[in-house]
Design a protein around this ligand. Structure first.
Ligand code: CMC
Length: 436
């Protein structure tokens, strides 16, 4: 990204504040809208800008992921998500996100080997799990266990050491599927299944979730491919709430495991990653196609507090490109499992049709997002709804850690410290208890 200093064509914007004119340099991205550099605004004009929810504020410079919300385009390091979903794998995409380029065959083999050799967790972590209530939500367990990785892997918490940063990244990508599967097994009272390094990344995760020591379990390759796609489609999404949380936590110098635990906590909310669980629960509650109009009417009624889960997005004002790929996968998986006429899928398809023709949804540009179809696939695979968000978390881990590494390596990085529009009382004198 070039700023006014390096780009001869760069322009600046002028801001009039009373009788003062402040010049704001304009930064030019590779693609996307220009960005006003307001860093010196407070020093020059004694004013702040106000933008709750960051709807118009770029909080960092990044070269990892780009979204064009109007076109419905998502690029990882410049590569369209549809091409990656068609031709790549999750681990290759992890390499791309982390290092900026698609790997050569040798680089991919080396990376796969490094990740695969880190899939086991410290044996003592098994006891740590036992401290949780059996009925804990797997996301609650994951926030705790991932945070605890900083206690188990001290030797990769020095953020000033590039090698330790790299080891932490590999450990997180390798161990998150193991931790998510353990959280699941613990919640259903089954023994933990150790990772199997002869399996690929997605198959290993399915095996750790669905195998039991007493029986042989064969991973279905079509389901493994669908799982790999789900992982890849969720791998990164530029400066969303959880990624921004990871960056903000990391900006103070916190260790990577603590930062990723913070990201997982943020992801859990129903407006973000928790929407996949909420969406499937909503489809179940609707139950039959004839009840859809009632729910659409409720979603349009501001006083109901109800939203159609799996619809709408802060950035996409067009179809979420991930949802398109996910819909194809849903058809493939349900047909394979012989449940192509699954009632939930029928409700989902009809809901999508009605919402896309409805004036309310059209005018507000509310399209189905990635969470609309992912839950249907995961349920068909045999996952309970409580595992949907943990699967999002393990898939997004590479994006979080790539963004965290990018931030730490950026010499201009500062602690994140937003300002505020204060509306509380001005200074006043303490009143003694007797006089209140
Ligand atoms: N159903 C009904 N109305 C909606 C919906 C919805 N799902 N989403 C937005 N609206 C309306 C909203 O009421 C508002 O109307 P008005 O302008 O009249 O006040 C307008 O659309 C804009 O909504 P907003 O809340 O200002 O938009 P936002 O950018 O702050 O919120 C969102 C984005 C994703 C939080 C929101 O669309 C939503 O709550 N969707 C449902 C939850 C969901 O599916 N989240 C998953 C997001 S994709 C996965 C991920 O990346 O985490």
């Amino acid at each position: 990204m070039a700023d006014t200093k390096t780009n001869p064509e760069a322009v600046s914007a002028k801001l009039s504040l009373g009788d003062q004119t402040i010049e704001l340099p304009v930064m030019r991205p590779t693609v996307g809208p220009d960005v006003l550099d307001i860093r010196k605004l407070y020093a020059q004009g004694d004013v702040f800008t106000y933008d709750p929810g960051f709807t118009s504020t770029a909080a960092c410079e990044s070269a990892i992921t780009y979204i064009d919300g109007d076109k419905g385009e998502l690029l990882y390091r410049g590569y369209p998500i549809e091409q990656l979903a068609d031709k790549s794998t999750h681990l290759e995409t992890c390499f791309l996100l982390l290092y900026g380029e698609l790997p050569t065959a040798a680089q991919l083999a080396d990376f796969t080997e490094r990740v695969t050799k880190h899939t086991m967790v410290h044996e003592q972590m098994h006891y740590f799990f036992r401290g949780f209530r059996r009925d804990s939500h797997p996301m609650a367990t994951m926030v705790g266990v991932v945070g605890a990785m900083s206690a188990f892997y001290h030797d990769s918490t020095d953020i000033a050491d590039p090698w330790q940063r790299e080891v932490a990244a590999i450990r997180l990508i390798a161990k998150l599927p193991t931790i998510a599967a353990m959280a699941y097994k613990y919640s259903i009272g089954q023994p933990f299944v150790y990772p199997k390094n002869s399996l690929d990344y997605a198959s290993n995760f399915l095996n750790m979730c669905f195998a039991v020591p007493a029986e042989d379990y064969q991973v279905n390759p079509i389901l493994a491919k669908a799982m790999d796609r789900i992982m890849m489609l969720h791998a990164d999404h530029e400066q969303n709430a959880s990624t921004s949380t990871v960056r903000l936590a990391g900006s103070s110098g916190a260790n990577p495991f603590a930062c990723i635990a913070a990201g997982i906590a943020c992801l859990w909310g129903p407006a973000h990653g928790g929407a996949n669980q909420a969406c499937l629960e909503m489809l179940r509650e609707i139950g039959t196609v004839d009840r859809i109009p009632e729910y659409v009417a409720k979603a349009k009624d501001k006083n109901s507090g109800f939203r159609l889960m799996g619809f709408g997005h802060r950035v996409y004002k067009n179809f979420d490109p991930r949802a398109k790929v996910m819909k194809e996968s849903a058809d493939e998986v349900l047909n394979l499992l012989g449940v192509g006429n699954n009632p939930l899928l029928q409700v989902a398809k009809e809901l999508e049709r009605i919402a896309l023709e409805d004036e309310y949804f059209i005018s507000k540009k509310l399209y189905p997002n990635v969470d609309f179809y992912s839950g249907i696939i995961l349920e068909a695979m045999g996952f309970p709804t409580s595992m949907f968000t943990p699967i999002f978390a393990l898939s997004r881990t590479v994006g979080w850690i790539a963004q965290w590494k990018e931030m730490i390596a950026d010499p201009t990085q500062k602690i994140g410290r937003p300002r505020q529009l204060y509306t509380g009382p001005a200074a006043r004198d303490y009143v003694d208890l007797r006089h209140r």
